[in-house]
Design a protein around this ligand. Structure first.
Ligand code: SAM
Ligand code: SF4
Ligand code: SF4
Length: 332
């Protein structure tokens, strides 16, 4: 098993299958930077499903047990269920993060292919606010339909991720909890992060978990629950009447680098050991099937063993101008 310089294992791999998206959320792909002239990766540089499967297989001897498929918007990739099936056949847990807009028509196929869990990003139920945040004409109703069909397909758990930004969608926090209470869907609130270099992050726009919790506590009777594992990123709370669970991902106010067992693979084959890296290790040429898979395992192990990342623990409240990779490229 591989351990990095802080003794952290490599358990969780996030695979970005595309850097493209049909939304333009301001905190991730602001249209002024990701407009018509933005150069996305050309198709000939995007890894095939076979190359992705090979990379994942090479990580298994190092301790990998979970893969999350993400992007950009992963459901834009043709026949994504085939990749799900290929990963599932390796005996790993397979999860998906999606904006939900294309989920309704694919959830049955994904479930049958072996998808274990899905997280849908939804920052507002209010139709006008949702289209403002996503800068898209796709109605919020499509996302809700996607969430409902994920539940009826049998995916479990289905989670909803909401990034809370000051002055934008604090008013949506309670309605989201109200809407999904009693449905089995777990809503999680995420602090706005300074990921990438285009989203004009400032500390003032971060709504700390403590504040969200205080807002919710005035309406709901919530009690804290144990984390499922010490490497879980979310703190868990539950309604006292048993009507559901809520999560908080406090990446800014309570960083969790000490338990970070996550690596990321970009859609063009670069391995990143931290969400805030500016340097990926280009392994695309090593996914050619011309050498034994053990050689690739050894290369990944070498990279992981040299890892000492803990950006969030060292973050300064002031925005900095260090170049950082975009989340839509590296995978959220
Ligand atoms: N398109 C898919 C989606 O939106 O779920 C998958 C990729 S997206 C980059 C993954 C997650 O990253 C989403 O839940 C999104 O809300 C989150 N995200 C993007 N930029 C963020 C930021 N600056 N701070 C916190 N979360 C962010
Ligand atoms: Fe697209 Fe997801 Fe980024 Fe929004 S958060 S722009 S849906 S990749
Ligand atoms: Fe992991 Fe880097 Fe995030 Fe810390 S800042 S939790 S090391 S991805």
């Amino acid at each position: 098993m591989a351990r990095d310089k802080m003794g952290r294992a490599l358990r969780d791999l996030r695979v970005s299958v595309t850097d493209r998206c049909n939304f333009r959320c301001g905190y991730c792909m602001p249209r002024e930077k990701f407009g018509r002239h933005h150069k996305f990766l050309p198709n000939n540089r995007i890894l095939s499903y076979e190359q992705i499967q090979r990379f994942i297989a090479a990580c298994i001897p190092l301790g990998l047990n979970k893969v999350r498929i993400t992007g950009g918007e992963p459901l834009l990739r043709r026949d994504l269920f085939e990749l799900v099936s290929m990963v599932s056949s390796l005996g790993l847990e397979v999860a998906l993060t999606t904006n939900g807009s294309l989920l309704a028509d694919q959830s049955d196929k994904l479930y049958r292919a072996g998808l274990n869990r899905v997280t849908v990003s939804l920052d507002a139920l209010d139709p006008k606010l949702h289209s403002k945040i996503t800068d898209s004409v796709i109605p919020v109703g499509e996302v809700i339909r996607g969430i409902e069909s994920a539940v009826s397909s049998g995916l479990n758990p289905v989670k909803v991720n909401c990034v809370v930004r000051r002055g934008l969608n604090e008013s949506e926090v309670a309605p989201l909890v109200r809407h999904f209470r009693g449905t089995g869907v777990i809503v999680r609130f995420i602090e706005f992060m300074d990921v990438g270099s285009t989203n004009r992050w400032s500390f003032g726009q971060v709504v700390p978990t403590s504040e969200v919790l205080q807002t919710l506590s005035s309406e709901f009777d919530l009690f804290p629950m144990e984390r499922k594992s010490p490497t879980d990123v979310a703190s868990r709370w539950a309604h006292s009447d048993g009507s559901g669970e809520i999560g908080f991902i406090s990446s800014v106010t309570e960083p969790f680098c000490g338990g970070c067992v996550r690596a990321r693979l970009s859609s063009d084959g670069k391995l990143f050991t931290c969400l805030f890296s500016n340097k990926g290790y280009d392994l695309a040429d090593r996914l050619t099937f011309s050498e034994p898979i053990q050689v690739l395992t050894a290369e990944i192990s070498k990279i992981w063993s040299a890892r000492s990342d803990r950006y969030s623990e060292l973050r300064s409240p002031k925005p900095n101008s260090l170049p950082r990779v975009e989340m839509s490229y590296i995978g959220g």
